[in-house]
Design a protein around this ligand. Structure first.
Ligand SMILES: *[C@@H]1O[C@H](CO)[C@@H](O)[C@H](O)[C@H]1NC(C)=O
Length: 133
């Protein structure tokens, strides 16, 4: 085991970590959007990427819409969604590969009147709230 000195061990660890990181970046993503609007309002959700139109979804209170995809090697994967309910119309980027790659493979969102909030798997709640675009 003469080859297994400190620096080759370090190189091996670095290589493994690098490979895991790269593989992680391109794992299938599961995105779920749940209607948690106040007052039992119906949410109309329409999500699109450059390649896919996921269609208009009508979500009753507490209902969810879920989709999955593999992040693309070639183009940057993004999904933009429109969110509509009586008296409101918003846009939000529900998935942005640059923002998301280290944060979620299960990207779960709760849509409230105030904000879209992402589930934090460490805190076990929808604590990462963003501003509507
Ligand atoms: C929606 O979920 C909340 C929280 O779990 C619950 O309090 C409420 O009764 C649910 N509403 C409906 C219509 O299912």
């Amino acid at each position: 085991m003469a080859w297994f000195n400190g620096s080759s061990a370090l190189l091996l660890v670095t290589l493994v970590l690098f490979t895991v990181t790269i593989c992680d970046a391109f794992k299938t993503r599961h995105v779920r959007v749940t209607n948690n609007l106040e007052g039992g309002q119906t949410l109309k959700l329409h999500c699109k990427s450059e390649d896919d139109d996921l269609g208009l979804q009508t979500l009753a209170t507490n209902a969810s819409f879920e989709f999955h995809f593999k992040p693309s090697f070639i183009t940057i994967t993004r999904f933009d969604c429109s969110f509509e309910w009586p008296g409101a119309s918003h846009w939000f980027q529900i998935y942005n590969h640059e923002r998301e790659k280290v944060y979620c493979s299960k990207c779960y969102w709760s849509v409230t009147t105030a904000a879209p909030c992402r589930y934090d798997w460490d805190e076990q709640k929808y604590s990462k709230c963003f501003k509507w675009s």
